[in-house]
Design a protein around this ligand. Sequence first.
Ligand SMILES: [Zn+2]
Length: 412
Amino acid sequence: MRSVADQWLREVLLTLYRRSTATRAEIMAETGLHASSVSQAMRPLLRHGTILKVGDLESNGAGRPREVFSLNPDAVYFVSVDLEAQRIRFALLNFVGDIRYRWEEATGWEERLEVNKVFHGISMVLRNLDSRQLSRLLAVGISYPGMLDDQGRLTAFNLGLHDFPLLSELREKASAHRMDHLPIFIEPDRHSAVVAERWLGRARGYQNGLLLFVERGIGIGLFLDGKPVEGWRNMAGEIGHWKIEPGAEDPCGCGKRGCLEAIASSPSMIRQYLESTGQPSSNLSAFRITDVFEKARQGDPAASHVVERAAKAIGLALSYAINLLNPQIVILGGDLTSADDLFLPRIEREINQNGVPQLTRGIEIAMSALGLDMRLKGAGALAFRKSLADPALLRKMCSPVSLARGSVLPAT
Ligand SMILES: [Zn+2]
């Protein structure tokens, strides 16, 4: 086999991941590579079963039909972990970003992160892989909320973590769980969300967008002029602690009052509902946010007030963000996806009332199609992108796929 430049392999694989399917001409147009470079990269990938021919498009003139290619879903697997939310979520993702298996580890709304739970969850996912799939497992991607400093210490107010040594804890516990052979890539939740929506979700094809997701905290992901916005310390978009209701008494995990997160995160909405119905706020973990949403749908005044206030706060924060960033699309995710009927019209109303018309006219406000899987899929996609940059993992990705009974033979 002639040696093929790693960069060509990377670009072909990345293009197929992002587009799902592509012809040779589309790969050339997207990567800017010469036809012979694309052919040299694709030949071993097809022979080894890393990519597959999935069909033909009719010729758009004289000549042969155009072949359509995709990644082989079973060529590579990733485990992804989402640390945000009431439960830690785990998934096995195949090479095209589909979730093949899920696992959850329970945590309370106010419980601190236990790194042992992360590895227990990963081991529960691995338990469901057969030996062939295990041999094609490439890496683990973990999406974390909050802010990570230069020393790998995480501050995530809504997880109750201040300067928590996330990186060293992960390394230490990986060794204790005999998983130190498995590469682990960690990513801020906002990056996971942006990549998931741009590669696999509603933001495909958009160059300027903003994602806002509500769960245990409130996070935001940004991409402008086609590029993710990261900021000086990789912390751009910390919208959860914008003081959105000056004078409000609602306590926030950051120590201040009246932050967006203190009014509109899922546990904050449950807390307000409990308080206004005279129930102890220690009941927080006994309630699900969907219970509050359901009560609001039934016309319960306390639940309706909580939803109205949260939607108003989110809409107001978004109107400021839209004025600052001029996005073409705003995508709402997390727990909001189970209550689009309650939130979408209210948030749109607030944006229209407070935004500058020249910026808000024609803007698309949409619910994430990925729902609660947004960051799980994004963490897997980012683990894929980081694996491409590692020569040993790239080789493993491109190594011959042994064919299990019943699997699809690659076109040769
Ligand atoms: Zn705060």
